[in-house]
Design a protein around this ligand. Structure first.
Ligand code: F6P
Length: 318
């Protein structure tokens, strides 16, 4: 099942789970809308043909949701009962940390083996270098910022571009470098608004007539992206500042080849772990190798940002 914020490549993961089950002559069903589908007993048998032509589709054919009911023991018991009635022996959960937290509780309370497959554009999952959907989101953001830069340079404007990431700055930091942003604001490193003003002043003195500032939605300056733009306009009146919030387009689109291959590799491993009798693990890619770590570790640890990228961004925005 797929749960939490959807991400491009989830369909490639579903396809690989189903095809691997078929390869090993194991029956497979898909639950709709994450844990809510388990509680409402909404599922569909899936075979190798059910997942044809979806590897290149964004979104998830099983849909996704965040289930409040599943956060209660009563909700999880209803889900467990439905799984047992449907003779489901184990679950593969494609999603982020919230998904894995729910899956671990289900497994511990009802002894149902689960394997997590990391899928979230935020890429904030410990135990893997990449989560499914992150690479596609980065490319969507870079393409959007390239377009914004066209009009920014045509009008000598400063653009604040807000990107997703909930409370992680992976999208902002990497898309900012990839799109050549002058400034990147991320939750992990609050450099303060005064430093932003100094940097923009330096850019202007260096002859830059237009600039891009990428702001992570979880940024901690204490000002949202509109307040940031107003603050700059007030203090640096020569900047004609505008704001673009990219929003949910970052969650859509055809998955990149990287995300398709990542989803396929992770999902084959997830099924093979279950067939080997393993449980309560998350599959991940570390240094291009597919590894498995305990869900506990994935949930306890933190996928830390590479702060050297901030240093690189500083140098390259000279
Ligand atoms: O977790 C993925 C994500 O897109 C975050 O980046 C974002 O903050 C959140 O989901 C948005 O949630 P929703 O889709 O419920 O608005």
């Amino acid at each position: 099942m797929t749960s939490g914020g959807d991400s491009p490549g989830m369909n490639a993961a579903i396809r690989a789970v189903v095809r691997t089950c078929a390869y090993y002559h194991t029956e497979c069903v898909g639950y709709y809308r994450g844990y809510q589908g388990m509680i409402n007993n909404e599922y569909i048998p899936l075979n190798a043909r059910s997942v044809r032509n979806i590897i290149n589709q964004g979104g998830t054919i099983l849909q996704s949701a965040r289930s409040k009911d599943f956060r209660t023991e009563e909700g999880r018991s209803r889900a467990a009962e439905n799984l047992k009635k449907a003779e489901v022996d184990a679950m593969i959960l494609i999603g982020g940390d919230g998904t894995f937290r729910g899956g671990l509780a289900l497994s511990q309370e009802h002894d149902i083996p689960v394997i997590g497959v990391p899928g979230t554009i935020d890429n904030d999952i410990n135990g893997t270098n990449y989560a499914i959907g992150y690479d596609t989101a980065l490319n969507t953001v870079v393409e959007a910022i390239d377009k914004i830069r066209d009009t920014a340079s045509s009008h000598n404007r400063l653009f604040f571009v807000e990107v997703m990431g909930r409370d992680a700055g992976f999208i902002a930091l990497n898309s900012g470098i990839g799109a050549g942003a002058e400034e990147i604001l991320i939750p992990e490193e609050d450099l303060g608004v005064e430093r932003l003003l100094d940097s923009l002043e330096r850019s202007r003195r260096a002859g830059k007539t237009s600039s891009i500032v990428v702001v992570s939605e979880g940024d901690k300056t204490g000002k949202n992206v509109f307040e940031l733009a107003d603050y700059v306009k007030k203090n640096l009146p020569y900047y004609d500042a505008r704001v673009t919030v990219l929003g949910h387009i970052q969650r859509g689109g055809r998955p990149t080849c990287f995300d398709r291959v990542l989803a396929s590799r992770l999902s084959v491993k997830a099924v093979e772990l279950l067939l080997d009798g393993k449980k309560n693990l998350m599959v991940g890619m570390l240094n291009n190798e597919i590894e498995a770590c305990s869900l506990d570790l994935a949930l306890k640890g933190k996928h830390t940002i590479n702060k050297d990228l901030l240093r690189i961004s500083e140098i390259l925005s000279t």
